[in-house]
Design a protein around this ligand. Structure first.
Ligand code: NAD
Ligand code: TDX
Length: 349
């Protein structure tokens, strides 16, 4: 039995999470603190437009939680943050495809160079685990049939996807060359609380709550495979603690929906008319269909998605309704300029 503070301290492990003020990262930090009483979490985040301290406001004062404001491309800041850390989960990224089409520079800097800086620093410290949070978009686009497996060749189509694929290849090379205990996860489209309202679901929900139109790209028949963010967090935690170093694990919700079917579902759940749908110019290079085969993580690590999409969708709508000030704070800031540039109409308060 451990009674002294010193003994308790020696039993604790420290996991550094990058991007913990973003959508998935903030949910993940909370998940680790809740499910692993012996884990301390350091949240390392640059607080870009997508990083929001409000996403982790409830964690302030938790003795096992610490926030460090820092940029993953800053070697010295990363070196200092990693002192005493034994595992690292790398979420920080520029994450929005449309922004990567407007300007790919920040994507190469953060997603590629930032990953390289982290890998070098993590190798130097000798972490026991390094998890690279990647995406199904590195595999490119599917036709009507089939699903991405871990053996699907990489064929990224957007600058965002290309930067994530480049980072994955760097991780692979550090495993091969240096024996780095790194693992890669590739997940499909996440949804849930704290998602920045530039992404389809929170954008459409927040527009509809204000009776504003929703911009559907192209013919609306592109397919995405949706997973609740909490299911994704549980999967990343399983990979972090139980995954085999050097391996890639696909994560998905087995929940394929066309964008227009999803838009109709949102309109129905919110009691809004179909006249609010606006078909707009398609996204350049728009991937047609994503679908993830997640049999490997299910059989090897015993994880599977637990939140049915319809249930998760209703809960997410309820969250955005209950957290209107969170959305308004974002919509009244620099987000307005992005919305006007992307959609040609004002989108803020
Ligand atoms: P997000 O845009 O909501 O959050 C990104 C976070 O990273 C922000 O807190 C931001 O401040 C931080 N950040 C950005 N640049 C940084 C830098 N240079 N240094 C330090 N911090 C920086 O992103 P998200 O949707 O939560 O995605 C998180 C990760 O998961 C990304 O790596 C993304 O590629 C991956 N992913 C996302 C999805 C999805 O559906 N959202 C699906 C699969 C994989
Ligand atoms: O206004 C819109 N209208 C529209 O029709 C927006 C923002 C999107 N769409 C379409 C494009 C996609 O087919 O909806 C679908 C989903 O779009 P996004 O929410 O931008 O997600 P996607 O491009 O699929 O990428 C997401 O999943 C993989 C995340 O943003 C990535 O970070 C993740 O890697």
């Amino acid at each position: 039995m451990h009674t002294s503070a010193l003994d308790l301290g020696s039993d604790m492990r420290t996991t550094l999470v990058t991007g913990g003020c973003g959508f998935i990262g903030s949910n993940f930090v909370r998940h680790l603190l809740e499910t692993e009483p012996d884990t301390r979490v350091i949240n390392f985040d640059a607080l870009t437009y997508a990083g929001n301290l409000a996403n982790v406001a409830d964690l302030v004062g938790n003795p096992r939680y610490r926030f460090i404001k820092g940029d993953v491309t800053d070697r010295e800041a990363v070196r200092v943050a990693l002192v005493g850390v034994d595992a690292l989960v790398h979420f920080a990224a520029e994450s929005h495809v449309d922004r990567s089409i407007l300007d790919s520079g920040p994507f190469v800097r953060t997603n590629v160079q930032g990953t390289q800086v982290l890998l070098d620093a993590a190798r130097h410290v000798g972490v026991s685990r390094y998890v690279q949070v990647s995406t199904d978009e590195v595999y490119g686009s599917l036709g009507a049939e089939g699903a991405f497996t871990e053996a699907t060749p990489l064929a990224p189509n957007s600058p965002y996807a290309a930067s994530k694929a480049a980072a994955d290849l760097l991780v692979r090379s550090y495993v091969h060359t240096f024996g780095m205990p790194a693992l890669i996860t590739r997940c499909s489209n996440n949804y849930g609380p704290y998602q920045f309202p530039e992404k389809l679901l929170p954008l459409f929900i927040s527009n509809l709550l204000r009776d504003e139109p929703v911009p559907v790209y192209g013919d609306g028949l592109n397919v995405r495979d949706w997973i609740h963010v909490l299911d994704h967090c549980a999967a990343v935690a399983a990979v972090l603690r139980k995954g085999r170093p050097g391996e890639v694990y696909n994560i998905g919700g087995r929940s394929e929906w066309t964008n227009i079917r999803l838009t109709h579902a949102l309109l129905d759940l919110l009691g809004k008319p179909r006249s609010l749908i606006r078909y707009v110019a398609d996204r350049p290079g728009h991937d047609r269909r994503y679908a993830i085969d997640c049999a490997k993580i299910e059989t090897e690590l015993g994880w599977k998605p637990t939140i049915p999409f319809e249930q998760g969708l209703s809960d997410t709508i309820a969250w955005y309704k209950a957290n209107a000030p969170w959305v308004e704070q974002i919509r009244s800031g620099a987000y307005r300029d992005y919305y006007a540039r992307q959609y040609g109409t004002p989108g803020g308060t």
